[in-house]
Write a protein that binds this ligand. Structure first.
Ligand code: NAP
Ligand code: ZN
Length: 367
């Protein structure tokens, strides 16, 4: 087993990081099951080469591949995949955050059953789960190391569950699987990783450890992000490790308002998750500069950039958007951020009125 703890250390998930992490850990993967349920999306597991590597190490062991997990995974597909578990003894999730989040829940449903969306969200997840291995192909959500699963309900709303049962047994992390990402996905996922570090730093739950992870993540992601047009092994390594640090950071603190407001724009404007959350990083820094000036100035000093430079860098990575919101829509959607956990988790006393100001300034055009 390769267990490079100098690279990424998690108290909850054994992170096996490095080139050929799957191929070098064949014995470990074979020791976890006699029959595998492999959970992935339509293309990424195959394009990245991760599925081939998994199939080569499990050899003639029985397996079922469920490859119908889509972006922002739907609860319905997770329940469908759990229906295929039968006598499987191990679940392997391969992909970006969507298949990994799905795999966490599918492995847990075996002994914590649910037949419907309501039952799934009502589950207390008190029983054990099947052995779970996660193999990432984006850099990214950091889902490999978090206890979070973000799913989409039948009404289209994204809703997360946080539970210790969702920590994988092993995360097999090989940056080579991120090479095949299309450019837009590469940028969106890199920006997502950066937002995790930013938001964790400005969370009410931030502590020395989470800030350390966040700053380490930002350093790595910034060094990778400058070469998004011309990626190489080093760039992929920086971005992937950076994304895992982001995951470790938000696993302690959670994300703040920007992520939750971003969900609305993924749901309604089909913006990829990373771009949607990054839309509000500038507003996060503005808010914090007013509510926690010294802390915010210390942040920019530590990352070695001025606020304006950092905002410009993030905004330069976002696609053009022509989002316009009318007054009626704004009034209708605002209640979802009243007493919202992510808004309350934002350092400083953020309120739904602050969200209103941000959305109004950005998207409501004066008639
Ligand atoms: P994703 O939704 O898993 O995948 C986005 C797209 O990229 C899909 O079309 C996917 O293809 C493709 N793709 C992924 N890896 C690829 C590769 N190596 N080569 C080619 N195509 C590839 O993307 P994500 O941004 O990683 O995950 C976003 C989800 O994670 C959201 O639901 C978000 O809310 C959640 N999230 C979770 C956490 C957590 O802690 N659990 C944290 C933040 C965000 P396929 O469809 O073929 O897979
Ligand atoms: Zn995110």
């Amino acid at each position: 087993m390769i267990y490079n703890k100098d690279m990424i250390e998690s108290n909850n998930v054994k992170v096996l990081y490095g080139k050929d992490a799957v191929l070098k850990n064949g014995d470990l993967i074979r020791s976890l099951g006699k029959k595998y349920l492999i959970v992935c999306g339509k293309n990424s597991a195959r394009l990245s080469g991760a599925l081939d590597d998994v199939l080569s190490v499990i050899g003639d062991r029985e397996h079922v591949i469920y490859d119908r997990i889509r972006e922002n995974p739907e609860v319905a597909s997770i329940l469908e995949a759990a229906g295929l578990l039968s006598d499987s003894t191990c679940v392997i999730g391969i992909g970006g955050g969507s298949p990994l989040d799905a795999a966490k829940v599918i492995a847990s449903l075996k002994y914590n059953p649910a037949e419907t969306e309501e039952e799934l969200y009502a589950q207390k997840w008190e029983n054990r789960r099947l052995p779970l291995v996660l193999i990432g192909t984006t850099a990214g959500t950091g889902s490999e190391v978090t206890k979070v699963s973000v799913m989409s309900k039948a009404n289209g709303r994204k809703s997360s569950i946080h539970n210790d049962l969702f920590y994988a047994d092993y995360a097999l992390c090989d940056p080579k699987y991120t090479f095949s990402m299309p450019y837009r996905t590469r940028v969106s996922t890199a920006v997502d990783a950066l937002t995790h570090c930013n938001e964790s730093y400005f969370s009410n739950k931030a502590n020395e450890k989470s800030r350390g992870f966040a700053l380490q993540g930002i350093g790595l992601i910034l060094s990778g992000i400058r070469h998004l047009d011309n990626i190489n092994e080093r760039t992929c390594d920086d971005l992937y490790r950076g994304s895992l640090y982001g995951g470790l950071a938000i696993d302690i603190t959670g994300t703040v308002f920007a992520h939750n407001v971003g969900y609305y724009f993924t749901e309604n404007c089909r913006l990829p998750h990373g771009f949607a959350c990054a839309l509000f990083q500038e507003d996060l820094f503005e808010f914090e500069m007013h509510s926690s000036k010294d802390y915010t100035e210390a942040f920019f000093e530590q990352i070695g950039m001025k606020k304006e430079e950092y905002v410009e860098l993030i905004n330069s990575l976002l696609p053009e958007n022509d989002i316009v919101m009318d007054e009626e829509t704004l009034v209708r959607i605002l209640p979802r951020w009243k007493d919202n956990g992510s808004v309350n988790n934002t350092l400083g006393k953020m309120t739904v009125e602050d969200i209103e100001k941000i959305l109004r300034k950005k998207f409501v055009k004066n008639r």
